[in-house]
Design a protein around this ligand. Structure first.
Ligand code: GLY
Length: 339
């Protein structure tokens, strides 16, 4: 049992900034027209959303907008949780998961355990647009990408290789791998992922989720990100939701589908995100059994947004960034368990 659990203080919807979430409803902020959001705050939000916003604000293509924004993180080697430079599986091989969904057709596509391609969400888009399938995994996904002209490259950067090697050398004292003398091993198992969701000026909705998945996973493990309804779901009548964090919890709750259906039944995106966090805590038998985190972001068709995580504390609230006619903004969401 993780020592983190003893830090849990209470279960409640907390987060001093929660009112900001409800303040960004389209009607209250005159947030008419396009809006694009991502599950990152200041550090990444602006650079991720800029290409998407430039496309949407010029009446460009909705799918191009979410793809170009998601590509920013995928192509940036400094992020170790998405695309190029993502942390590898237990064998030191980077395997990427991504999905895309388009509201007007309710069509979708995804790739899982994809090796050697820096931009898996672009391959997921081709699965949606150029095949009769939805999920393509592993070697088949790479062959499909190669057929469409994608270059096969080494995605393991020196930074990620060194982080992986530290893990490999420290994971067990019963094997033959020894840590270096200056052992700066950080036990934290990085999770990341990014969701990009958008509504265009026709009021159509689309979204992408992309990730390198759980660091040091068993080769072939597929998380929630490429599974439609888990890491991503879009409904053109309602809005969209995307998840980050421990994928297994999102998978066994059909997390993003759950959130969108809660919105369809009248909850605000914020209430719907909190409802999923509560559901995950409940199926785990309560806060005492929760030693992981998940975060969910949601976008209503009217431009309202929501963001909640299972754990957090003041100063470490979940965040989302959005860009609309009101400019670029970062919003702090709520968390249910204070750690
Ligand atoms: N949510 C990302 C993963 O678990 O793979």
């Amino acid at each position: 049992m993780s020592s983190r659990r003893k830090f849990i203080k209470k279960i409640a919807v907390v987060g001093a900034t929660a009112p900001f979430i409800s303040n960004v409803k389209a009607k209250e902020n005159n947030n008419k027209g396009p809006i694009i959001i991502c599950s990152r705050g200041n550090e990444w939000g602006e650079k991720v959303l800029k290409p998407g916003w430039d496309i949407l604000s010029n009446n460009g293509d909705l799918l191009d907008a979410v793809e170009k924004s998601a590509n920013i993180t995928e192509l940036d080697p400094s992020d170790t949780s998405v695309g190029y430079g993502g942390l590898p599986n237990e064998n030191g091989i980077v395997q990427l998961d991504a999905s895309i969904m388009y509201g007007p057709t309710h069509n979708c596509g995804s790739v899982g355990a994809l090796e050697g391609i820096k931009t898996p969400c672009s391959v997921a888009r081709l699965v949606m647009e150029r095949t009769d399938h939805i999920h393509i995994m592993g070697k088949g996904a790479q062959d499909f990408a190669r057929a469409h002209g994608f270059k096969i490259e080494n995605l393991l950067t020196e930074k990620s290789r060194k982080i992986w090697l530290r893990w490999k050398e420290n994971v067990s004292d019963k094997d033959d791998w020894f840590p270096s003398k200056n052992n700066d091993y950080d036990k934290k198992r990085t999770t990341g992922t990014i969701n990009v969701l958008a509504v265009d000026s026709n009021n159509d909705v689309a979204g992408i989720t992309t990730t390198s998945g759980l660091a040091y996973k068993i080769p072939g493990r597929v998380g929630d990100s490429p599974i439609i309804g888990a890491g991503l779901y879009v409904d053109n009548e309602v809005g969209a939701a995307g998840a980050t964090g421990r994928g297994e919890e999102i998978l066994r709750t059909c997390g993003s589908f759950f959130v969108v259906e809660q919105m369809r039944n009248g909850k605000t995106p914020q209430q719907a995100c909190e409802a999923l966090c509560k559901r995950i805590i409940d199926i785990n038998g309560g806060p005492k059994n929760v030693d992981f985190n998940d975060k969910i972001v949601a976008l209503g068709k009217d431009g309202s947004v929501g963001c909640a995580s299972i754990t957090g504390r003041e100063g470490l609230e979940p965040e989302l960034a959005y860009w609309s006619n009101n400019g670029f903004n970062v919003l702090k969401g709520t968390y249910l368990i204070e750690v």
